[in-house]
Design a protein. Structure first.
Ligand SMILES: *[C@@H]1O[C@H](CO)[C@@H](O)[C@H](O)[C@H]1NC(C)=O
Length: 330
């Protein structure tokens, strides 16, 4: 309790200072040392998963364990909607064990998990998932709103995308969202975009990845997220981002940008999938779409990246790779 209130006081204080333009707080940054002596980096990406093992969540988790072992992964990324239907009710919500700790039990998955929040997570006690208390009871867990993970060769920028989506504010229907820490939303978004832009410009990593819950481009149920197409995409295009990775649509998909080298990758198939729910508009650049359950792996060598999508049985359903020279060779 004491911890929580101290945190909120500090947050409140930081917000207060920001309004007077004294301190420009940057995105929290984590240095991640890679496993491999060969300089490679690999990780798995899963999204939209927490259903107490149901809807094949446990089967996907089992296959993640096997592929994680094969690739000797460095960490796991969660693209959000971590706990259904309405996030966590608080730090002590048993769903944390039932949908996370007791499900992803394979040896190879006992690594750091880097997670963002999805729109469903905002429907619960949003601060519970961000709480250091969860990190104490399962030290794999790390969920922040927006942050950076740096591995030198690869830099990953995690972006909190739910506040961009107007619909959640304008027509929330029967849902209530916990917008603590986000209001006023216009200022929150502007600050986030400006911090992201600054950090991307400063980055010297060979590969830059941006992760968010909502898709920029998708042919699944929700389709493109127009707010992100307008506000986020131009920043990614201007700063040589290689991959944009998201969940939200419960499918696996790969779409190439027509104006840059950005690859849009959806990995939102960690449990319940929406079979047959395909959007009929904007099919530009679609390389792959799979409306069943599964997950993705990403593997970097100094000059090469390879992505692989797997279904619920661990079968490879799509592969793609590309290469480039490091930015600063000298
Ligand atoms: C689990 O996966 C199997 C194999 O793809 C599929 O037949 C079954 O419908 C899935 N179950 C659920 C609840 O999605």
């Amino acid at each position: 309790m004491a911890l929580v209130s101290t945190t909120s006081i500090v947050l409140f204080f930081l917000l207060f200072i920001n309004t007077s333009h004294i301190i420009i707080a940057e995105l929290p940054r984590f240095e991640h040392k890679r496993n491999g002596e060969d300089g490679s980096l690999s990780f798995l990406v899963v999204g939209d998963w927490g259903r107490r093992g149901e809807y094949n969540q446990s089967r996907v988790a089992h296959q993640m364990g096997i592929i994680g072992e094969e690739l000797d992964i460095d960490f796991v990324i969660s693209t959000g909607d971590n706990f259904y239907d309405n996030g966590l009710t608080g730090e002590k919500d048993p769903a944390f064990f039932e949908s996370f700790s007791n499900i992803y039990t394979a040896n190879s998955l006992q690594k750091q998990w880097y997670s963002v929040l999805g729109n469903h997570d905002y429907r619960g006690d949003v601060e519970a998932q961000l709480s250091p208390y969860l990190r104490q009871i399962d030290n794999r867990w790390l969920c922040l709103r927006s942050f950076i993970v740096n591995t030198e060769m690869v830099e990953i920028f995690f972006v909190d995308t739910s506040p961009f989506v107007r619909e959640y504010f304008d027509i929330p229907n029967e849902h209530s969202y916990d917008w603590r820490g986000v209001l006023p939303v216009k200022r929150y978004i502007n600050k986030l975009l400006s911090d992201l832009k600054t950090s991307l410009k400063k980055s010297t990593a060979t590969w830059k990845i941006v992760v968010g819950h909502h898709a920029i481009r998708s042919v699944g149920h929700h389709g493109d997220t127009q707010e992100l197409v307008h506000h986020l995409l131009p920043i990614l295009q201007a700063n040589d981002v290689d991959l944009y990775i998201n969940g939200h649509d419960h499918c696996l998909e790969h779409i190439s940008d027509d104006k840059s080298d950005i690859q849009f990758l959806t990995s939102g198939a960690g449990s319940k999938a929406w079979r047959g729910d395909v959007e009929e508009v904007n099919k530009d650049g679609v390389k792959f779409f799979y409306d069943g359950q599964g997950f993705m792996s990403v593997q970097f060598l100094e000059t090469e990246v390879g992505i692989v999508f797997y279904d619920v049985s661990g079968q490879v359903v799509h592969r793609w790779s590309t290469s480039k020279q490091p930015l600063a060779a000298s």
